[in-house]
Design a binder for this molecule. Structure first.
Ligand SMILES: *Cc1c(COP(=O)(O)O)cnc(C)c1O
Length: 365
C-alpha cells in the first residue's frame, strides 16, 4: 500500500534525535515558556529571515492573534475587510471572522491555484485593511503586484505560511515577505511537531510583543493583564522537537521537490492536469495537487490499487454550513478546483518504487 503520508516513517527518519530532545525536556522539569521555546523561536526567526518568531498553540491561533493584535494596536477595527483567496483552507477564513473582520473572497488562478493578483484591486474598498495571502499546497502566492497594491492602498500583507515552510521567493523565505505570517506546525505539515503547534513571524516589534501577550492570557508581566487573551502557548516538548526537525527542513523539502519532479516528468495521461510551477524553488510541495474531471472515479480506482489520496478540499469555505450567509455566492474557479482536485502521495520519505507505482497506475487510468 502507498500511504498518502507515512508520518511514522517521517518521524523515524530523525527518530534518535527527536527522542533525545523529548527526553531532555522530560528530565528538565520545565515544560512551558522555557529555554526550548526561546531556542526554537530564535532559530526559526533566523531561518525565515525575520526579527521575531513567537511560538503559539497552533496555526489557526497564529493567524487569529495577528489580526487580533492589529485590532489591539488600533490598525484594524471589527467590520474592516480582509482580502483572502476563496479556495483556501477554512482556518484562513476563521482567523478573519473570529476577529469580527469581514473576509472578501477572491478567486485563484486556475493554473497555479494561488490568489489571482489581477482580481485583487477591484476587491479593494475604503474598509480594506489587509490582504491575507495563502501559500497554498506549498507554492509561493506572493507577487510584485500584490506588494505594490499593499503599498499603494496602505494595506497590511499577512501570509498564511501553514503549508510552505522553507519555500523561497527570489531567495527570501515565505513568512518574511509581508508584515506578519502565521505558521502551523501540525504534524502533517512540512515542519511538523508531534501534536498541535504554531508560530508567528514578523519584523514588527509591537506586533510580536502583542501576539506574545495575547497568547499568554493577555499578560505582559506575570499576573498583570493588558488584554483579554487566551492560553495558546507552544510547549517545551514541541519546541524541542521542532528545533530538531528545522535542521532537516531544507533536505526534507528537497526530497519532496524531487518526488514532485518525478511525478511532473513521468505522469502522462491526457485526463490529468499537473500543477504549474512559477519557479522551481518557489514550491515545497506540501501537497502535490492534480486535477481530473473524473476525480471521484480516479480516487476510487487508485484506492482499489492500494494508493491513498486526499482531496484538498472537498467543499470550499463559501459552501460550508458555518458560513451559510455565503452559500448562494458563486466562485466558479474555486468550485471547479474543489470538484477536480486530488492530492497524490507526497512526503520526504517516499521510495523510488512507490513513486514508480503511483505513476504507472495513473498512466493506466
Ligand atoms: C493547517 C493549516 C492552517 C491551520 O493550522 P493548524 O495548526 O491546524 O491550526 C491554516 N491555514 C492553512 C492553509 C493550513 O493548511
Amino acid at each position: 500500500m502507498v500511504k498518502f503520508l507515512d508520518l511514522q516513517k517521517v518521524t523515524e527518519s530523525h527518530g534518535a534525535e527527536i527522542r533525545e530532545a523529548v527526553d531532555r525536556v522530560v528530565r528538565s522539569g520545565w515544560y512551558l515558556q522555557g529555554q526550548e521555546n526561546a531556542q526554537f523561536e530564535s532559530d526559526y526567526a533566523r531561518y525565515i529571515g525575520t526579527r521575531h518568531a513567537v511560538g503559539v498553540g497552533n496555526g489557526l491561533d497564529a493567524l487569529i492573534w495577528i489580526f487580533r493584535a492589529y485590532i489591539e494596536m488600533g490598525i484594524m477595527q471589527p467590520g474592516d475587510e480582509v482580502i483572502v483567496p476563496a479556495n483556501t483552507y477554512i482556518a484562513s477564513i476563521l482567523a478573519i471572522t473570529e476577529n469580527g473582520l469581514t473576509p472578501v473572497l477572491v478567486e485563484p488562478n486556475l493554473s497555479t491555484y494561488q490568489i489571482d493578483d489581477s482580481l485583487i484591486e477591484r476587491a479593494i474598498t475604503t474598509r480594506t485593511r489587509a490582504i491575507l495571502i495563502v501559500h497554498l499546497y506549498g507554492q509561493c502566492a506572493y507577487t510584485e503586484r500584490i506588494g505594490e497594491l499593499c503599498r499603494q492602498y496602505n494595506l497590511k500583507l499577512v501570509e498564511d505560511n501553514a503549508q510552505a515552510h522553507g519555500c523561497l521567493y527570489h531567495g527570501r523565505r515565505t513568512g518574511s515577505l509581508g508584515d506578519a505570517a502565521g505558521h502551523s506546525f501540525y504534524p502533517g505539515k512540512n515542519l511538523g511537531a508531534l501534536g498541535d503547534a504554531g508560530g508567528v513571524t514578523t519584523d514588527d516589534d509591537e506586533l510580536a510583543a502583542t501576539v506574545r501577550a495575547l497568547a499568554n492570557y493577555g499578560s505582559t508581566r506575570k499576573y498583570v493583564f493588558r488584554y483579554t487573551g487566551r492560553n495558546s502557548r507552544l510547549d517545551e516538548i514541541e519546541a524541542a522537537v521542532l528545533d530538531v526537525k528545522l535542521r532537516y527542513l531544507d533536505a526534507d523539502n528537497a526530497r519532496r521537490q524531487s518526488a514532485a519532479a518525478y511525478y511532473l516528468s513521468h505522469i502522462k495521461n491526457p485526463k490529468i492536469t499537473l500543477p504549474v510551477l512559477t519557479d522551481p524553488t518557489s514550491h515545497v510541495f506540501h501537497i502535490f495537487p492534480i486535477r481530473c474531471a473524473d476525480r471521484d472515479v480516479l480516487q476510487q480506482y487508485l484506492s482499489d490499487k492500494g494508493i491513498q489520496t486526499i482531496i484538498h478540499y472537498p467543499i470550499p469555505p463559501h459552501k460550508q454550513e458555518c458560513y451559510r450567509e455565503w452559500n448562494h455566492l458563486s466562485y466558479p474557479i474555486t468550485e471547479l478546483i474543489h470538484r477536480e482536485e486530488l492530492s497524490l502521495p507526497m512526503s520526504p520519505v517516499m521510495s523510488e518504487e512507490e513513486l514508480q507505482y503511483v505513476v504507472k497506475t495513473i498512466n493506466e487510468f
